[in-house]
Design a protein. Structure first.
Lengths: 143, 433
């Protein structure tokens, strides 16, 4: 039930993001979800794509530092309080969230939240025990 | 004013005959007491009886900073420890500093040379000397202090840092002479402006500025902004500390080097040939009165030339042109000697970090800044910001521990730092010359 995300180190200078998207576009890799965390000097671009291995290899060949990370995708009803109930469950079970980002699913109209946990397996267990929908990787890569 | 009329105005022939006598004594001393020199002389096939003139000095091998490290800590001392009354040290490449020791007589001679230097800069009894050179292992603070007391001035042992307090003391105590690095002098002027203090209206008359290279342009700026006469002073701990040479206030052009204590040569740093007087090259100094740690043909790596023309001040000791650079890659950042190799060894000591780095030196509001660019690689990369920031801090702390200076660490993408065959470009120095 895990989703593989790739993270790319981006120096804070103009054109770097454009370069990543150009490389992926030319290789035919489609970006499904993304988030950018930044500091004054550098940023970390996190992507979920339809072909993780191809994306990683291509970016590496172009000189980027890339790593793979396991994250968890959770489906949330697209209405007020949707996120809150999930975070409450995680809090009660003492599961620590490193970071998260969200997007809205086109077809189903639900929100999808990507979580990065310290302990992925424990987090999935807690979520499923509380009847929260954890989406398999294939669902996300194919959105 | 000339502090020591007899010695500072000796005719050239008298200086040279004194130099030869003292050189021969020094050579005998190191030959008898320092195994390193005995081996060096033997390797070069030199017998001390062959040293009959000052030119014969050229037969002797050079001494390098590396030789001091190889003989750490006391291996080059020419006096037993029970005759050493002071030990100083400067930062070293691998964490080990270079160590120097002074006998009672060495301290007396140093004090005399600093007294001459203060006098040459126009300081005298009645002055309030505000000494902002660092006190401690660094030679600057104590070296200047003893000389200031010797001439009968009132010395304020401020040491460095705490700029607002420095200004308060300057105002309240009526400091007339300031000793610090030239960049710190300008920095004080800016802090004063921020604090609404008119630094030009203070009693300061003279700044005795050294421990880093500076330019005529910077002198003009200091004299204008601070309202003082800015005097260049030269020294290095391996040879003495501050007071090896100084500009006289009459000419403010070229630094008189105390030739009754030192012999200077200028060499081509590549061929090591001694160059004719007046040509620019690397300064080599031989100490001829030191007992604790005499130095024979020490390569300073500083680039200068000898000015043999007589000076209007009446001193007969020749002058060195203001240091114009280095023949090695040493940087002087806020008065601290920094070799790129020191930064490299710090980086190598941190797990996963590769020695691909670039040093960007700049000057921001008259303070030197150092940025260390380090490439992120697959081993050190994390998708969590906090992990990368922690790595930056670890590097920053390690550099601070080793060199005592705060730098900014900037993580950059891999392969962005140019790789080159042979000597790689590790430093970009953007400071105004």
């Amino acid at each position: 039930m895990k989703v593989t995300q790739i993270s790319i180190f981006i120096e804070n200078k103009s054109g770097r993001l454009a370069e990543v998207s150009r490389v992926l576009g030319e290789t035919g890799v489609n970006i499904r979800a993304l988030s950018l965390a930044d500091t004054s000097d550098f940023g970390i671009l996190r992507l979920i794509v339809d072909n993780t291995d191809l994306a990683k290899e291509t970016l590496k060949e172009c000189g980027f530092t890339v790593s793979k990370t396991e994250v968890v995708a959770v489906e949330v009803p697209d209405r007020p309080g949707g996120l809150s109930s999930i975070l409450q469950v995680l809090d009660e079970a003492n599961v620590n969230v490193e970071y998260m980002y969200a997007f809205v699913e086109r077809s189903a109209g639900n929100a999808v939240i990507i979580f990065r946990f310290d302990d992925v397996d424990q987090a999935i267990e807690v979520l499923q025990a509380n009847k929260i929908t954890v989406l398999p990787g294939e669902r996300i890569y194919g959105i | 004013m000339i502090w020591n009329d007899e010695f500072e105005t000796l005719p050239r022939e008298a200086i040279e005959s004194l130099q030869l006598k003292r050189l021969q004594q020094t050579l005998e001393r190191v030959h008898a007491t320092v195994p390193f020199y005995r081996e060096q002389f033997a390797k070069a096939g030199v017998n001390l009886e062959q040293i009959k003139s000052l030119e014969d000095l050229q037969r002797l091998p050079f001494t390098l900073k590396q030789d001091m490290r190889d003989n750490y800590p006391y291996g080059l001392f020419a006096a037993p420890l029970d005759q050493i009354v002071r030990i100083h040290a400067s930062s070293g490449t691998t964490g080990k500093p270079t160590v120097v020791g002074y006998t009672r007589r060495d301290i007396d001679n140093w004090t005399e040379m600093m007294a001459r230097s203060f006098s040459a800069a126009g300081a005298h009894r009645g002055d309030v000397i505000h000494n902002a050179y660092g006190y401690g292992l660094f030679t600057g603070g104590l070296g200047a202090h003893y000389g200031a007391e010797k001439i009968g001035a009132s010395v304020i042992p401020m040491s460095g840092g705490n700029s607002k307090k420095q200004l308060m003391i300057m105002q309240d105590f009526g400091s007339t002479v300031l000793t610090c690095t030239p960049s710190y002098c300008l920095y004080l002027a800016e802090i004063a402006a921020e604090e609404g203090i008119d630094i030009r209206s203070l009693k300061l008359e003279v700044g005795i500025l050294g421990a880093e290279p500076w330019s005529e342009k910077m002198r003009d700026e200091i004299q204008e902004k601070v309202g003082i006469r800015a005097i260049d002073i030269y020294g290095l701990s391996e040879i003495l500390g501050p007071g090896v040479g100084i500009e006289c206030i009459e000419a403010q052009s070229g630094l008189h080097i105390w030739e009754d204590h030192f012999i200077v040569e200028i060499i081509d740093p590549d061929t090591c040939e001694v160059l004719p007087v007046g040509e620019q090259g690397e300064l080599v100094i031989t100490t001829i009165t030191k007992e604790g740690i005499p130095m024979i043909r020490y390569r300073t790596r500083d680039i200068t030339r000898i000015i043999a023309e007589p000076c209007i001040c009446g001193r007969t000791h020749r002058r060195l042109q203001r240091m114009s650079g280095r023949s090695d890659d040493m940087l002087i950042i806020r008065g601290v000697n920094v070799f790129p190799s020191q930064i490299e060894s710090v980086l190598m000591s941190i797990e996963g970090v590769e020695p691909h780095y670039m040093l960007i030196v700049d000057r921001d509001e008259n303070l030197d800044t150092l940025e260390v660019q380090v490439e992120v690689n697959e081993k050190t990369f994390s998708d969590e910001i906090k992990v990368l920031q922690k790595m930056s801090r670890t590097i920053q702390d390690a550099i601070k521990d080793m060199l005592g200076i705060t730098c900014r660490v900037r993580l950059v993408e891999p392969k962005t730092i140019a790789r080159s065959e042979g000597k790689s470009q590790r430093v970009i120095d953007n400071r105004p010359k």
